[in-house]
Design a binder for this molecule. Structure first.
Ligand SMILES: Nc1ncnc2c1ncn2[C@@H]1O[C@H](COP(=O)(O)OP(=O)(O)OP(=O)(O)O)[C@@H](O)[C@H]1O
Ligand SMILES: [Mg+2]
Length: 671
């Protein structure tokens, strides 16, 4: 779309940056030690996977390997050379949906540590465009150490990475090995007969040794398959730490497949794990929705499209789901025409009497300070009177100003006027007039008819709830509430009413079967703003409450925002899963950092450098922090948020008068 050759615009061809060559390695002791480890003919050589028991002996490099518990090792001294690929008939190509196929976690094909030349499984000829699973078997780089552990502490540790090995790996055809050692990449460390997986948090130069020092965060550990040395059965958390001197290896795509394989819980897949070509990234639905989620990212990074993608996948997996999406820009109607219902001012028909007293105040009171309290008292009395007049009220033992009981707007108006009539001369009638005038305004203004229409007096509460909460879902589990046409002075009240209905429905329904509801809120910073931007709106209060207590009642909150630092304090930390796309602003990054778990730090530093459509996910919804490139979402499922092409549109002439004419007409008629 952005054809830069349109009109008078030139294409821009950036010159290649000079000096981008990887640093040249110098001879250094780390390198020697690694080389010695690589070529050592002893079973203790760290590159040899079946040296399960060999670690007890100090390696020839001088590093002490982890003492190996367990059964005696297979003492066969493996050759130091990498396996030669032979054109063979076998191994199945990489599974496209690794995540779905967890059960065979123990399968030796799924996770592999340094390959053994003696491995009896025939290899296929490496073919670059083919799935990585085949290629990686022949990756010599994956079998050779990359560095060594220097220091250990609880959550992480420091390693030294050999510069030359780093640049050798950078050329590897397995993208996971090619990334190994770089910030945000994964590496593995052998401990006893298991493998630790860690992510690289940062890098700094060690001038003296001529190598690179890096802090790493441990992600979890997997067992080592006895015969092949491959990783399997990966679990989050670490039970046994390495000792300084343990060798560090690149984690290959095969290893990562094991790491990111689903643990059997229901998941939806949304993209690929970076940097691999074929590992599917999944979100555990129960864990993600059970503790709320936040989707963050600067403008244009792809939040809305990613939100649509995630919701589409959830809807496909849960056709009987109940999802309510608050859509302030009217973007999502385009995305969910087929799988959801679209409610906007033309068909929302939200009865005014569903508002509680606070929400009535927000809409009907125009005064501030002491006057506001006076007006609120008057409104409370009149509202109660109006509600009590309802036929429904006769059957009820108790009615309050908050009861969702239909009343006539004319009854409310009359109640206010009656109260004014009983005043003595000395009492100021201005408060009564203020409320009365505002009420009349709302009743007569066509823009408010979706809510303040005399036609909405019928008791439609059950129908309204069924429609909005998709009960039954009828194959359309999501309702898009397009509030873009709602007059801005009451938008936040409309969102408040809808959110509170979700909450109240869950509270009053807790006796029976729980019906979980997901409430997704775009531009969440508008509705749950921080103290600085707080305007005391009821919507902030109810959304914060849902964030804190919703989980207990089966309500899940999905907050989407480009300004996490403007969200109310504490709301972000209530989100168990954080999906962060690129964030350009320092303050926003800080906020996300504070809300994310410690182990995700290596990934966090990548946040400012993410490409569009890429994200970091951490928390409950994923086994370990994960960098994902989202799938391409089909055009008909995308929200209507396409970036306009200035170049293209500014190159076309004609039809301008019509455009202005049409716009002005619609503007004037407010439709
Ligand atoms: N997964 C995807 N598949 C296809 N297109 C995508 C994907 N993600 C993003 N895009 C494209 O990127 C552009 C911007 O995406 P989007 O509108 O979702 O960004 P945003 O972060 O929501 O922006 P804003 O903050 O302005 O709302 C759109 O043109 C969209 O079509
Ligand atoms: Mg958006």
């Amino acid at each position: 779309m952005n054809d830069m050759r349109s009109g008078n615009f030139r294409t821009f061809d950036p010159a290649r940056e000079a000096g981008a060559e990887p640093p040249q390695p110098r001879g250094n002791s780390l390198r020697d030690r690694i080389r010695r480890a690589e070529t050592a003919p002893q079973p203790a050589a760290p590159a040899q996977p079946d040296s399960a028991a060999s670690g007890a002996a100090p390696s020839p490099s001088g590093y002490v390997h982890q003492p190996q518990p367990g059964p005696a090792a297979d003492p066969a001294p493996p050759p130091a050379t990498a396996p030669t690929p032979t054109p063979a008939s076998t191994p199945a190509s990489a599974p496209a949906e690794t995540l779905a196929r967890t059960a065979d976690a123990a399968s030796p094909r799924l996770g592999e540590a340094p390959p053994r030349p003696s491995d009896s499984v025939p290899r296929s000829e490496p073919r670059p465009p083919e799935p990585v699973a085949e290629d990686e078997d022949s990756s010599e780089n994956a079998a050779l150490p990359l560095g060594v552990v220097l220091e250990i502490s609880g959550a992480g540790s420091m390693i030294a990475i050999d510069l030359q090995r780093l640049s050798e790996c950078a050329d590897d055809k397995d993208p996971a090995v090619a990334m190994a050692g770089q910030v945000g990449s994964q590496i593995k460390i052998r401990v006893g007969n298991s493998w630790l997986i860690a992510s690289v948090r940062n890098q700094k130069q060690d001038r003296k040794a001529g190598s690179i020092l890096a802090d790493i965060d441990f992600l979890g550990e997997g067992k080592e398959e006895k015969l092949t040395g491959r990783l399997f059965g990966f679990k989050r958390g670490v039970t046994r730490f390495p000792v300084p001197g343990a060798m560090v290896y690149p984690a290959s795509t095969r290893d990562l497949k094991q790491v990111y394989a689903s643990d059997g819980r229901s998941a939806v897949t949304i993209g690929k794990v970076f940097p691999t070509k074929d590992i599917r990234a999944g979100l555990y639905v129960d864990a993600m929705l059970g503790k709320h989620f936040a989707l963050l990212g600067s403008t244009g990074t792809g939040k809305s499209t990613s939100a649509a993608l995630i919701l589409h996948r959830i809807c496909e997996a849960a056709p009987e789901g109940h999802i309510v999406m608050i859509d302030p820009h009217g973007e999502y109607a385009a995305a969910f025409k087929q799988t959801g219902i679209i409610l906007d001012v033309s068909n929302l028909q939200m009865p005014y009497w569903l508002m509680n007293f606070q929400e009535h105040c927000e809409v009907l009171l125009t005064s501030n300070g002491n006057d506001r309290q006076t007006d609120a008292d008057i409104l409370a009395k009149a509202l109660l009177k109006a509600r009590q007049k309802s036929r429904l009220a006769e059957q009820m033992s108790k009615i309050t100003v908050d009861s969702p009981i239909p009343y006539l707007l004319s009854d409310l108006s009359t109640a206010i006027k009656d109260a004014m009539g009983t005043l003595d001369k000395a009492t100021n009638s201005a408060p009564y007039m203020r409320i009365s005038t505002k009420l009349d305004d709302l009743r007569s203004d066509p823009r408010y008819q979706f809510m303040f229409s005399g036609m909405l007096v019928a008791d439609t509460m059950k129908e309204f709830i069924s429609k909005v909460f998709r009960m039954p879902a009828d194959g359309k589990p999501i309702s898009i509430i397009d509030v873009s046409g709602v007059p801005s002075d009451i938008t936040s009240t409309v969102v408040a009413v809808l959110s509170r209905l979700v909450f109240d429905f869950a509270i009053w329904g807790r006796e029976g079967r729980t019906t979980p509801i997901l409430l997704v809120c775009e531009e969440a910073h508008r509705y749950v703003p921080n103290e600085k931007n707080a305007d005391g709106n009821t919507v902030g209060t109810i959304l914060s409450r849902i964030a804190k207590e919703g989980r207990k009642y089966g309500i899940s909150l999905g907050l989407i925002t480009q300004r996490p630092s403007d969200l109310a304090e504490g709301v972000l930390s209530q989100c168990g899963t954080i999906i962060s796309m690129r964030l350009n602003n320092d303050r926003d990054q800080e906020f996300v950092r504070a809300a994310m778990p410690e182990g995700a730090r290596g990934f966090l530093d990548a946040i400012p450098a993410l490409r569009n459509r890429e994200c970091i996910i951490c928390g409950e919804g994923v086994a370990i922090p994960i960098r994902v490139s989202f799938d391409n979402l089909e055009e008909i499922k995308r929200p209507a948020s396409e970036d306009p092409s200035f170049v293209e549109l500014w190159s076309q002439a004609g039809g301008e008068e019509d455009i202005v004419e049409r716009t002005v007409t619609r503007w004037r008629s407010q439709g």
